[in-house]
Write a protein of this length. Structure first.
Length: 223
């Protein structure tokens, strides 16, 4: 990794509506810690699954922007329904990898907190993720990202994040007793997904938008 690069940008997106409230809560937790972030509202694609696919497009755009900044190490993309309890940037900046994420029991990739380095391999992974989303439009973003990572096995240097960086507010307290969250995920989609499911039923084809601005090592590919 370029030794001249020194900072990690925190980025997030949301589709408006009730997610604006989640974004305000996250923003307040960041402000309390003095952490800047880029948070963008994007067009609603009509269903929760398709809105999760917007993450790959968003990361492609933000990562390409970061790669033009000679001081940027990478981007840390988080779901907008998160609360920051401390600053994760120094930890992320020290990672020697192209990509990092957490897994549950070394089997299921969690897409709520994702680190993408400013590297060609990381950008290739983000672009492959977009391609898998296009091939599998009814699969959520996490399984599709996991499939993209498997398709690029050996090309992307991948690390597993400790659970405190993708800490699901309820289930992780049982799975990881004694672990204090750094980035806590409040799982707003559990409350809000029913509305998206109704839209999906009425409009079974995903909307396309041209711009985002308008369990083992063998299974995960990571160490």
């Amino acid at each position: 990794m370029n030794s001249d690069r020194e900072h990690v940008e925190i980025v997030a997106y949301h589709t408006g509506g009730p997610y604006r409230t989640e974004a305000e809560i996250m923003r307040q937790s960041l402000d309390d810690l003095g952490i800047p972030a880029t948070v963008i509202e994007v067009a609603d694609r009509g269903a929760w699954t398709w809105n999760t696919h917007a993450k790959a497009d968003f990361i492609c755009e933000r990562l390409q922007i970061a790669m033009l900044d000679e001081t940027a190490i990478g981007i840390l993309c988080v779901d907008v329904d998160t609360v920051f309890h401390s600053d994760p940037r120094a930890f992320m900046a020290a990672l020697d990898c192209d990509f990092a994420a957490a897994w549950i029991k070394d089997r299921e990739l969690l897409s709520g907190t994702l680190f993408f380095a400013c590297s060609d391999a990381a950008l290739a992974l983000a672009e492959q993720w977009r391609a898998v989303n296009a091939r599998r439009p009814r699969k959520p973003d996490g399984p599709n990202l996991q499939a993209a990572l498997a398709e690029l096995a050996g090309l992307v240097r991948c690390l597993k994040l400790p659970p405190q960086y993708t800490f699901i507010f309820d289930t992780f307290r049982t799975l990881y007793p004694g672990v204090s969250p750094i980035i806590e995920h409040m799982q707003a989609s559990r409350r809000l997904r029913n509305d998206d499911a109704m839209r999906h039923h009425r409009n079974p084809q995903p909307k396309r938008t041209e711009s985002m601005e308008q369990t083992s090592k063998a299974e995960t590919g990571c160490v």
